[in-house]
Write a protein that binds this ligand. Structure first.
Ligand code: CO
Length: 470
């Protein structure tokens, strides 16, 4: 049977709405109280201009509020400077990941991270800094918004001297609420500045600065108790290419197979960096990392090369052709004694957008990864999977014509085991042209409830659940 057209998930959604009461099938667990906030590229055209890449679309915030076994839905565009300028001018007015609207030499300065401001189109992830909730993309320009009204308020700013033009949307956090991340500073000599942002301060502590002539496109990193596991994809560019190449942001990077993938193990206290080269692969997402018996273990989703980035251009995605939508979940183990590397495939399933019971297992040995999966080749992300990383056992949720997004794990308060909780995933029902929030029992991926949204929600990447009174 022909697949229903999942390209609906890449069709602009311009309709904002507020506190729409949702029809529920099944029963939402009584303990599940709080707010799921997701961001997603939702507007792919401005006037006659069209964005080219999935990562480019103007961000819309999506909120599911769950209380007393009922649910409401609200959505609102993130009022970034980029969004406001585009609407005012009636055209794309700022460069994004895969779109550069340069029309003349003057406008060329308004690219992804150059110009008066780097892009603030926070369409990739939601990050909480202190009490502020922000919507982010891969520039150090997170937008603060009000969790109740979804009103955009302004930028979150650290108060220190650390500088850089790129930063990941996947910082790590330890049990005390300290945040770990990095900035890529692009200059004649470029650096990756790896830092800790203490929970109670806007002043970051520099852990290490790693110099590089060519800087890599990097989307996330791993973290153990003592180390930041920082990988350079061999998808690199030089500062000169960035300044003078007349191409969108990501097209300035080149795949350099010979460079291999470079692994930096950065000690969080001493700042010492140990560097190991391995065979070339590309990675967007790490799943988890930990230390065990003198070894650093990290799990991540990899691709043989960076062609996944090209596949995610909107023309490709909307063509409904057989295509690559997911990678392979591998475990890398590095001996801290002699830097030898072992690797092991954890599942045959093609997966992406991995999540875990982060608060409980981050930096520790663990058992489960939840991810979106691609079961039928070329049918985009058509299932949810729970992978037991110790045994390889797989549990699947799948429904014909349905395309689920990132599975967000929410632990049951005082839960008894790592998988005691639920999975929340926004799913496109391509046959109906609408979306629903799916709530699964995380232990067996059996459906507990779904709440039907009266319109479609575009495919996005990441979101966070904020439990009530937490
Ligand atoms: Co991501």
């Amino acid at each position: 049977m022909e697949n229903p057209n999942y390209s609906y998930g890449f069709k602009s959604q311009n309709n904002e709405c507020s506190d729409v009461k949702l029809k529920i099938t099944g029963a939402i667990p009584g303990w599940l109280q709080g707010t799921l906030i997701r961001t997603a590229p939702s507007k792919f055209e401005v006037g006659r201009d069209k964005y080219k890449h999935w990562f480019d679309g103007l961000a819309m915030l999506h909120k599911f509020e769950i209380k007393d076994q009922e649910a409401t839905y609200s959505c609102k565009f993130l009022e970034s400077e980029v969004y406001k300028k585009a609407l005012k001018k009636g055209r794309i007015a700022h460069g994004e990941f895969g779109t550069d609207p340069c029309r003349d030499l003057f406008q060329k300065v308004f690219s992804f991270f150059k110009g008066p401001t780097p892009t603030d189109n926070g369409c990739v992830n939601i990050i909480k800094y202190g009490e502020e909730v922000t919507s982010c993309t891969e520039t150090p320009n997170p937008k603060i918004f009000d969790l109740d009204t979804l009103e955009t308020r302004g930028n979150y700013r650290f108060e220190d001297k650390l500088r850089g033009q790129l930063t990941p949307v996947h910082p790590h956090m330890d049990n005390e609420g300290n945040i770990y991340s990095y900035l890529t500073e692009i200059a004649y000599k470029s650096f990756y500045h790896i830092y800790e942002a203490p929970a109670d301060s806007k002043e970051r502590r520099l852990i290490a600065s790693i110099p590089t002539k060519e800087f890599a496109y990097i989307h996330s990193f791993g973290m153990t108790e003592n180390y930041v596991v920082f990988l350079e994809n061999p998808l690199v560019a030089t500062p000169l290419e960035f300044r003078f190449k007349d191409k969108p942001f990501i097209e300035k990077f080149k795949w350099k197979e010979d460079r291999g993938t470079i692994i930096h193990l950065v000690h969080k206290n001493s700042g010492e960096v140990s560097t190991i080269k391995t065979d070339a692969f590309f990675c967007f997402h790490h799943a988890n990392a930990f230390e065990q018996d003198g070894e650093i273990v990290f799990d991540l989703i990899t691709y043989e090369d960076a062609s996944i980035v090209s596949f995610l251009y909107l023309d490709e995605l909307r063509a409904n052709n057989p295509s690559l939508a997911a990678g392979q979940l591998w475990r890398y183990t590095i001996s801290t004694f002699d830097n030898t590397i072992e690797k092991k495939l954890l599942t045959e399933l093609p997966v992406e957008l991995p999540r875990t019971n982060y608060e409980s297992i981050n930096t520790k040995p663990y058992q489960y990864v939840y991810a979106a999966a691609n079961l039928e080749p070329g049918n985009f992300l058509d299932a949810l999977a729970k992978i037991d990383v110790n045994t390889g056992a797989e549990t699947i949720w799948q429904e014909e014509g349905c395309y689920p997004g990132e599975p967000v794990f929410v632990p049951r308060p005082s839960g008894a085991s790592e998988d005691d909780g639920v999975i929340l995933s926004v799913v496109l029902n391509a046959r109906k042209g609408t979306s629903f929030l799916l709530i699964l029992n995380a232990q067996n991926l059996q459906e507990l409830a779904r709440t039907e949204v009266p319109q479609h929600i575009t495919f996005g990447f990441h979101g966070q659940f904020f439990a009530l009174n937490s």
